[in-house]
Design a protein around this ligand. Structure first.
Ligand SMILES: [Zn+2]
Ligand SMILES: [Zn+2]
Length: 199
């Protein structure tokens, strides 16, 4: 995944959220909208649901980080919203994406990090505090809903699947050049994001 593309996508989402599409204009709804997601709110408003992006790690190297990620995830699931969880241990592009995002705001790298509608909310402490004061509920008002028990059939909830281009080997044979090339479709682990559950 290209870092600049991801960042500009986040920025575009922020713009989309602050300027809701007008009702009745065809072609405004994204064709790739997930069927299993339902809107919390009135469809006729026409606004795209706010993205809820949570950067995490599934590595247990630093116990505090791991438990903070679990805590933030659990709080968000309690609101029954769809979470775009970006596990930096699954894809180095997520780590680079988050590093750039935090550096641009003068913040040190830390996990987890929550973004709602493209805006940085913060880490585990901020999520806890906002939850306790009831502000998190308001921030999540425009998010797409999802049953917390939902498990994707295609990836089993891992959000990644082995690359079909190279079978997960990260190598493809190029006939014309008669040599083995690095597969361009997958990440450093030979994985691609699950299209069934991830946008
Ligand atoms: Zn591949
Ligand atoms: Zn999936």
């Amino acid at each position: 995944m290209d870092m600049d593309t991801s960042l500009s996508e986040i920025q575009n989402l922020a713009v989309a959220v602050s300027t809701p599409a007008r009702v009745g204009m065809p072609g405004h709804r994204p064709a790739a909208a997930k069927q299993q997601w339902r809107r919390h709110h009135d469809e006729s408003r026409g606004a795209r649901p706010q993205s809820v992006v949570l950067y995490t790690t599934s590595l247990r190297g630093v116990r505090r980080t791991f438990t903070d990620c679990s805590a933030a995830r659990a709080i968000l699931r309690g609101f029954r919203v769809a979470i775009d969880e970006r596990d930096v241990s699954m894809d180095a592009a997520f780590r680079r994406e988050l590093q750039a995002l935090l550096a641009a705001r003068g913040r040190a790298f830390a996990l987890p990090q929550l973004l709602i509608g493209g805006r940085l909310v913060g880490g585990a402490d901020e999520v806890r505090q906002l939850n306790e004061t009831g502000q998190l509920r308001r921030l999540l008002d425009g998010a797409a809903g999802q049953d917390p028990a939902f498990i994707c059939d295609a990836c089993g909830g891992v959000r990644f699947v082995p690359c079909t281009g190279c079978g997960g080997s990260r190598k493809v044979y190029d006939d014309e050049e008669d040599r083995v090339l690095r597969c361009v479709e997958c990440n450093e682990n030979g994985l691609v994001r699950c299209v069934n559950c991830c946008s």
